[in-house]
Design a protein around this ligand. Structure first.
Ligand code: GAR
Length: 205
């Protein structure tokens, strides 16, 4: 392993604030056992690609639509992961479901951040703002974020870190999303990424 750091690929689809938190954590040394060497975007117009560019991190766009089939799409992603000798995949606002065939190739090597306290408001159909809309519609008073390993069950892999965030009177989905990001996601995802990177490095010596 190069300089004894885990080689990390971050998967994105949109704005990429979680990618930004990871890049900042790498710069400040919070992430020091791993290095972000590749960004994979499912969306050619994702602003996250600009964030990667600003930090000198190469990015590849692999579009499900352009590939035609899930098999071709995932084969394209796997080819990029092999080229960059990736040890750890971090899903940071990645809005495309990966098949069991894909996830089973990387057991406990794929992390995801989800904007609720799993097992609430998670699984198929719960992503992005929809998660916060559902929490507000239900009327829960506490929500949060979860970082978990990814397996064949959507949002069903082993939980790594979790943090609760209060819901306040008058919250809109947008206001709540921002609070969950600021108070939970942007801290949990870098912390979990460092933790798993350190484990990968330790296992490689
Ligand atoms: C984040 O809140 C992330 O937790 C959520 O999408 C947002 C992406 O924001 N992910 C999911 O809902 C996955 N099921 P970002 O692009 O600014 O990081």
């Amino acid at each position: 392993m190069n300089e004894k750091k885990a080689r990390i690929a971050v998967f994105v689809s949109g704005g990429g604030t979680n990618l930004q938190a990871l890049l900042d954590a790498q710069q400040s040394g919070i992430i020091h056992s791993g290095e972000i060497v590749l960004v994979v975007s499912s969306n050619p117009t994702a602003y996250a690609i600009e964030r990667a560019k600003n930090h000198g991190v190469p990015s590849v766009v692999v579009s499900r639509k352009a590939c035609g089939s899930q098999e071709a799409y995932e084969a394209g992603i796997r080819a990029a992961l092999e080229e960059y000798r990736i040890d750890l995949i971090v899903l940071a606002g990645f809005m495309s479901i990966l098949s069991a065939d894909f996830t089973s190739r990387y057991p406990e090597r794929i992390l995801n951040v989800h904007p609720s306290l799993i097992p609430s408001f998670c699984g198929k159909g719960f992503y992005g703002l929809r998660v916060h809309e559902a929490a507000l519609a239900y009327g829960v008073k506490v929500t949060g974020a979860t970082v978990h390993f990814v397996n064949e069950i959507p949002d069903g892999g082993r939980i790594v870190l979790q943090k609760a965030v209060d819901i306040l009177p008058g919250d809109t989905p947008e206001v709540l999303q921002r609070r969950v990001m600021e108070q939970a996601e942007w801290h949990l995802l870098p912390a979990a990424t460092e933790m798993v990177s350190a484990q990968i490095v330790a296992a490689s010596v």
